[in-house]
Design a protein around this ligand. Structure first.
Ligand code: NFS
Ligand code: SF4
Length: 626
């Protein structure tokens, strides 16, 4: 049981209160298990261990006293590059397989195979179909949907040789990719090719491996993730600004509480429909509850927050703690970022973890498998289970900490352009005038190795102070939201230029743009700004940061940002430091290839200074005031 002072774990009072309660209730948390694992393996931390074949496992001695090569002869550079390549492939696979589920759903809608789902934004369907070169005139919605689904299916292979959304990439960026051979060819193809290259005895050159990692990350950012975002908008609605609430205070002691956790809106949207069903609400009341309350965790929470204004209970490190409130009947999950420990934590209370995806079973959870033909019915079953669980709740063990905080959400690119009066012109004017000096995407996870939400929220504060507009997605949304940074009133914390723009438009200095796949909205926005100025993305005064990242997906996002020309600061080092060649490439060499690099900096003030220096240099090169 972790014994450090509570303030060491998180900056959030709701988190601290629940860590304390977890100790009292004898519940083990992520922080306890981290302590138990320490010291973690130094070879693995540096990327210097390899178990790609059973001549191994092998490890390289970073101090040069022990083995310099694996049994096959692979050196530190090759081993590190192979490991990193597989990490990026796994991240791309996760996002893109999520995207594929949306393609399949659109296909089923088009074929009339499901009535549970439909096209909620037909205008966007037609717009996107036309953008990727499909004939839409005179076709009905199902025909357009069918053609678009077919076209996106092809993006997963390599039949057409070019992916649908590459037209969004500025011409100069496309030339860079062509020059270095990193234009993505197909989502599945590029992921599979990385698995091939990293098999023993295939690609044994660190630079070659890293360039392919960049290519496959681009297949995610401008492919799988972008498809996931655009199809989610088409099927569930394009987000528009709205207000909502955040933190564990969104749970209600007198309600049946259901949390959705995971990533795809395919499941969470159906749960939302079911909790609004008058018959089920009546059943909940008959069971003694005042009603049914739905809240989100992690990225599927972001999906519901962006489109439906559903409150957010917490981010990655809050998922166990939400159950510790004793007030959660059911956590419905699909896939990704769901700690297996949730089943154990739920077992300490009356709570149930409900798994829904055939891809993601959890031993000890209740499996209610969703597919597009039965989703509505399955969602009803899940809500009925939650109502039944409510009757088993011990109110004496319930402790819901704190009052929820208001947040503003819904800043899709469509919404941002609308807020600006229809074009990116006013944003560019503000950037040119130096009122907004640049834009920074602060995205990604939490990681128990660093104090929960500290780096995420403080980097944001430091950026807005410097008149840098901040864009957030994923778990950072909750970090920022809980600190009040997602409200227009946070303009008072911004520098004078940004503050004035926000006040004039009635927007916060930190815009919520969605879930992690929605980082594709941010690179699309970068592409639009670069096109409007006639420059490359790497010429823009923009940057990205993942201050508290933990996941393979975040590595992929970071790499596609850099490969798209966006300087990216990571709060924790990726496992590449065992190779000088790979590390040098990441922090300097890539500048000469893709016009951007990574930096690693955990201190939020120093990270903001690095970003500021980048923005300054880019503004100067564009002939603007620093
Ligand atoms: Ni993205 Fe991080 Fe996970 Fe979402 Fe949260 S941990 S990489 S933010 S939920 S994917
Ligand atoms: Fe060892 Fe080479 Fe096999 Fe890796 S691929 S485990 S370095 S022998």
């Amino acid at each position: 049981m972790a014994k450090k002072d509570l303030t060491a774990y998180s900056i959030c009072s709701d988190a601290r209160a629940m860590i304390k309660k977890a100790r009292e209730d004898g519940v083990e948390t992520v922080w306890d298990r981290l302590e138990e694992q320490e010291p973690q393996c130094g070879f693995c931390e540096l990327g210097l261990s390899c178990r790609n074949c059973i001549m191994g496992p092998c490890r390289i001695d970073p101090f040069g006293n022990g083995p310099k090569r694996g049994v096959c002869g692979a050196d530190a550079d090759v081993i590190v590059a192979r490991n990193f390549g597989r990490m990026v492939a796994a991240g791309a696979a996760a996002h893109s397989d999520h995207g594929r589920d949306l393609v399949e759903t659109l296909h089923a809608v088009a074929q009339g195979q499901t009535t549970d789902y439909g096209v909620r934004d037909e205008a966007k369907l037609r717009r996107i179909a036309a953008e990727v070169g499909l004939e839409v005139e005179g076709k009905d919605v199902k025909a357009v949907a069918a053609a678009l689904a077919d076209q996106f299916y092809e993006d997963y292979g390599f039949k057409r040789g070019s992916m649908s959304f590459l037209g969004r990439v500025p011409a100069k960026r496309q030339e860079v990719w062509k020059k270095f051979g990193i234009t993505p060819r197909g989502i599945d193809r590029d992921v599979v090719e990385m698995m091939h290259r990293t098999h023993m005895g295939v690609d044994n050159d660190a630079v070659s491996l890293c360039l392919h990692a960049a290519r496959l990350s681009l297949a995610d950012g401008w492919g799988g993730s972008m498809i996931a975002t655009e199809l989610s908008d088409i099927l569930f609605g394009t987000p528009a600004p709205a207000t909502a609430k955040v933190n564990l205070g969104v749970l209600k002691a007198d309600h049946v509480n259901i949390l959705v956790h995971g990533h795809s809106p395919i499941v969470s949207e159906m749960i939302l429909a079911a909790v609004r069903d008058p018959g089920l609400i009546a059943k909940a009341k008959a069971a003694g509850a005042a009603g049914i309350n739905l809240a989100g965790l992690c990225c599927t929470g972001n999906e519901l927050l962006m489109r439906q204004g559903i409150p957010m209970a917490g981010n990655h490190l809050m998922t166990e703690l939400a159950i510790v409130t004793g007030a959660v009947e059911v956590v419905v999950v699909d896939y990704q970022c769901i700690m297996p420990s949730l089943v154990t934590v739920a077992g300490c209370y009356h709570s149930r973890i409900v798994t829904t995806s055939p891809k993601a079973h959890f031993t000890g959870a209740t499996h209610v498998e969703f597919d597009m033909h039965n989703a509505r019915q399955k969602a009803i079953e899940v809500v009925e289970l939650a109502i039944e669980r409510f009757t088993a709740r011990d109110q004496g063990r319930v402790d819901i900490p704190g009052e929820p905080v208001d947040i503003m959400t819904g800043f899709s690119n469509e919404a941002i352009l609308t807020a600006l009066g229809g074009s990116a012109g006013p944003l560019l004017d503000a950037i040119k005038a130096g009122q907004i000096r640049g834009a920074v995407a602060v995205v990604g996870c939490n990681n128990p190795k660093v104090k929960h939400d500290y780096q995420n929220s403080n980097l944001i504060r430091e950026c807005i102070k410097r008149d840098l507009l901040v864009l957030v997605t994923g778990c950072v949304t909750v970090s920022a939201g809980k600190q009040g940074l997602l409200m227009p009133s946070a303009a008072d914390l911004a520098g004078p230029g940004l503050s004035a723009v926000c006040k004039a438009l009635g927007i916060p200095p930190v815009l919520h743009m969605g879930s992690c796949v929605d980082n594709s909205r941010i690179i699309q926005l970068c592409g639009m700004l670069a096109n409007a100025l006639g420059v490359d993305i790497s010429d823009l005064p923009v940057a990205a940061a993942a201050p508290e990242w933990y996941s393979e997906k975040a590595a992929t996002i970071g790499l596609y940002a850099v490969a798209s020309g966006v300087f990216t600061v990571l709060g924790l080092a990726p496992p590449i430091l065992g190779s000088k060649a790979v590390t040098d490439l990441a922090v300097s060499g890539l500048e000469g290839v893709v016009g951007a690099t990574f930096a690693v900096e955990g201190d939020p003030v120093k990270a903001a200074e690095l970003i500021d220096a980048r923005v300054r240099a880019k503004r100067k090169a564009l002939g603007l005031t620093p």
